[in-house]
Ligand binder design. Structure first.
Ligand code: NAP
Length: 320
């Protein structure tokens, strides 16, 4: 089968399409025929060699994908050959024509959701769900600022928060992105490059501030956004690409909390709960992943350049 292989850490161009033997599922494992693979920023950090978690070389990138079950190993009960699934983790990597998964890493993909949309589910929606419900404990009626709402995690957060009855302010850096943010559920949309946009956020809440901030670029925003938090406000640090200085007094004045999260830390039971909620949302129509770009698997380097560029618009997926 064809798979992207990385033999050394480095620039996107270290990813090459190669022929590798098709994996065979052992006990408790399934083989998925991949119809689309999701590209996440973390895939680029790992490929660069700068991320604390490093796979043994050579490896095939990717945890997210969607397709059909091709074969199952001994003892597999939750899925059968032919089932449509999305993957939430993979043993052999999802940037390939087939990917080997533990049975627990595949989840049903309800029929109206396409395979490309299915590839956009795992990391973005699980992150948004965990940030909203398991980390910040956001409640219906609260104000949520999705700080970076035009990308994979942001769109997922908009759909989840809107379905739950929160009031949402979403940000994006381009006109196209802001249109997407409005269409995906934000009640108010601001430009995170405008000099006065945080004042606008405060004004929108009648100067009260927001209850929850989902932060996609904390090294740029954390120092200034604490001042738009309401009393007992919570910031969830989802993304950060550097260091930042804050004034701790901004948290003291509001009894505010800064909460970090990493999807790698989610315990199994909480992960199962997240995916039960996501499958329900995909079934009942509240969750509809937005795919902005489909790129052939062989062009994976282009996808890694694109996911790190400004002007996000939903998800980038690879098509084997
Ligand atoms: P993405 O699809 O590339 O989207 C990036 C988002 O960040 C876009 O909405 C982009 O908006 C926005 N952004 C750019 N500059 C910004 C600024 N100055 N202020 C606020 N937002 C800004 O990436 P993603 O998949 O949504 O992931 C977002 C971040 O979360 C990444 O850093 C990723 O590594 C991280 N992440 C962390 C976890 C975790 O477990 N902690 C899990 C998933 C993702 P424009 O392009 O419109 O400017």
């Amino acid at each position: 089968m064809n798979a992207i292989r990385v033999h050394e850490f480095g620039a996107p161009e270290v990813m090459r399409l190669e022929k590798v033997p098709e994996p065979r599922p052992g006990a408790g494992q399934v083989l998925v025929r991949v119809k689309a693979a999701g590209v996440n920023p973390v895939d680029t950090y790992i490929r660069s060699g700068m991320y604390p978690r490093k796979p043994a070389l050579p490896y095939t990138p990717g945890a997210d994908g969607a397709g059909t079950i091709e074969s199952v190993g001994e003892g597999v009960k939750r899925v059968a050959v032919g089932d449509r699934v999305y993957t939430a983790g993979s043993i052999t990597g999802s940037y390939a024509e087939h990917t080997l998964c533990h049975e627990s890493q595949v989840h049903p993909l309800p029929n109206p959701i396409s395979f490309t949309q299915g590839a956009a589910v795992n990391v973005p929606y699980a992150t948004a769900y965990r940030a909203l419900y398991q980390i910040s404990h956001a409640l219906p009626g609260e104000w949520v600022l999705v700080h970076g709402a035009s990308g994979g995690v942001g769109v997922a957060a908009l759909q989840l928060a809107r379905a739950a009855g929160m009031t949402i302010i979403g940000t994006a850096g381009t006109e196209k992105g802001r249109k997407l943010v409005a269409a995906q559920g934000a009640h108010h949309v601001v430009d995170h490059h405008a000099p006065d946009y945080l004042e606008r956020v405060l004004d929108l809440t009648g100067k009260r501030g927001v209850d929850v901030i989902l932060e996609m670029l904390a090294n740029v925003n954390l120092g200034k956004e604490l001042s738009v938090l309401a009393q007992r406000g919570r910031v969830v640090v989802i993304g950060s690409r550097g260091t930042v200085e804050i004034d701790p007094r901004d948290t003291m004045m509001r009894d505010a909390s800064i909460l970090g999260m990493s999807l790698f830390n989610v315990p199994d039971r909480e992960r199962a709960s997240i995916h039960a909620a996501l499958v329900a949302g995909l079934e009942n129509g509240t969750l509809r992943p937005v795919v902005g770009q489909e790129i052939p698997l062989a062009d994976a380097p282009r996808a890694h350049h694109a996911v790190m560029e400004p002007g996000a618009y939903g998800k980038i997926v690879l098509i084997p």
